[in-house]
Design a protein around this ligand. Structure first.
Ligand code: DGY
Length: 419
């Protein structure tokens, strides 16, 4: 594998303090992209990795939220821009967040850093912001302290058009005003969400703006309220890592509250377990029912250490069957689903950062061979596609979405190269 090419991608997408996921299609800083990308930077330019984190947290809102997009500078190659989101203060940004992988990324960055005194100083500075970010999730995305954070927009899950969101999204009205999608200037429509989905994404952005981004006003008004089990799992893992950072850096006063959240989520997640599906399921808050769909979010509780040994065994055997169901794996939607589309964004293609999290979870539960198989399958995608694409067709391995993609290059550096 050409790791020089992977490094060149990060350098090419580097705008000084932050890295764009790919030029044109995504010309700003994205939250979870940036966390994985920082892990890639760390393998060859440590100082740059910490800068990436600092740039992301420079856009943190006063209430603790770290937005999913920071519009650091102008660009007309992306829609919807800051005017549509309507946030008014600080760095122009979107008004929702994204799966909170940062505390885990920072933990790994610290462990893998050779310049440890600089790394420790960076962590010390970032720690209060990380704590505020996690407390924001528990306060503003779990209004009734259920232990399961929810979201009011599919983009907050990062898995925008997952078939798991089809039913809740169908309840959302379509906007009636005209607009021009810019993503289709860069990527074939067959690999992107539909216009009907975009109309509804925009409605939810509008609703959030009308209610001044106040979850206590948004939640009762929103036709879309979903518990994304992927976000729940990533938050759980990241809170566990954050507690360790707090202990290591003398911030013990935050530990009891964070620990109480860990326990609450650990218990509440049991409700999402499905013996029939052999995994945890996403949940629709409005109909109060599970969203019965095998998407890779359903396997992320392994990364969050939310499964007991028996559940992990069931999930491991499900994963084996899932791996066998397409030539390139893990397909983001199980190939046996009627909604599976091997090249359409989150409806089937393979995403390497998700594969890394699932493999990491399997390894923690002792399924080392299976974790290695996922790693092999992930390498195979890059080799078949001949490059570091945003995602990969799960039947052919063909590169899909944006080319020269930061998180895919980063995953190759921190997973395949560094081990
Ligand atoms: C997009 O624009 O497709 C992004 O996924 C939103 O975060």
């Amino acid at each position: 594998m050409d790791f020089d090419a992977a490094r060149a991608i990060l350098r090419g997408n580097d705008l000084g303090t932050y890295t764009v996921p790919t030029k044109g299609l995504y010309p700003f800083q994205w939250n979870w992209d940036s966390a994985f990308t920082a892990l890639g930077w760390l393998t060859f330019e440590e100082g740059r990795a910490w800068k990436e984190a600092q740039a992301m947290f420079s856009g943190q809102w006063d209430n603790g939220m770290v937005p999913h997009i920071l519009f650091h500078g102008p660009s007309d190659s992306y829609f919807p821009g800051p005017g549509i989101w309507g946030a008014e203060s600080g760095i122009p940004s979107s008004t929702i967040s994204q799966p909170p992988v940062w505390a885990t990324a920072i933990t790994l960055m610290l462990q893998r850093s050779s310049a440890s005194s600089a790394a420790r100083a960076a962590v010390r500075d970032l720690l209060p912001q990380l704590i505020d970010y996690h407390l924001w999730w528990y306060r503003d995305r779990d209004l009734d302290n259920t232990g399961l954070v929810e979201s009011y927009h599919p983009w907050e899950s990062g898995m925008d058009n997952s078939p798991a969101w089809d039913a809740p999204l169908a309840r959302v009205p379509r906007v009636e005003w005209g607009y021009q999608r810019r993503d289709l200037n860069h990527v074939d429509q067959a690999q992107r969400p539909s216009d009907a989905e975009y109309d509804r994404y925009l409605h939810l952005i509008e609703l959030n703006r009308q209610h001044r981004f106040e979850p206590r006003r948004v939640a009762p008004a929103s036709p879309y309220r979903v518990i994304d089990i992927g976000t729940v799992a990533i938050l759980q893992r990241a809170t566990h890592d954050l507690i360790n950072l707090c202990r290591e850096f003398g911030q013990e006063e935050s530990v009891p509250e964070l620990e109480a959240e860990l326990v609450r989520t650990g218990k509440a997640a049991r409700r999402c377990w499905s013996g029939e599906y052999r995994c945890f399921l996403n949940w629709d808050k409005i109909s109060d029912a599970p969203l019965r769909e095998h998407t890779t979010a359903a396997l992320l509780p392994l990364f969050g250490h939310l499964a007991d040994a028996g559940q992990a065994g069931e999930m491991a055997s499900l994963t084996e069957q899932w791996l066998a169901a397409s030539e390139f794996s893990l397909a983001s939607t199980h190939p046996r689903s009627p909604f599976y589309e091997p090249q359409r964004y989150w409806r089937g293609p393979v995403w390497l950062h998700v594969n890394w999290m699932i493999a990491d979870g399997l390894r923690a539960y002792g399924y080392t061979e299976l974790a290695d198989r996922i790693k092999q399958e992930s390498r195979k995608c890059i080799m078949a596609a001949g490059g570091y694409y945003e995602y990969f067709n799960s039947e052919t391995g063909k590169g899909c979405g944006g080319a020269n993609f930061s998180w895919t290059a980063a995953v190759a550096l921190f997973w395949f190269q560094a081990g």
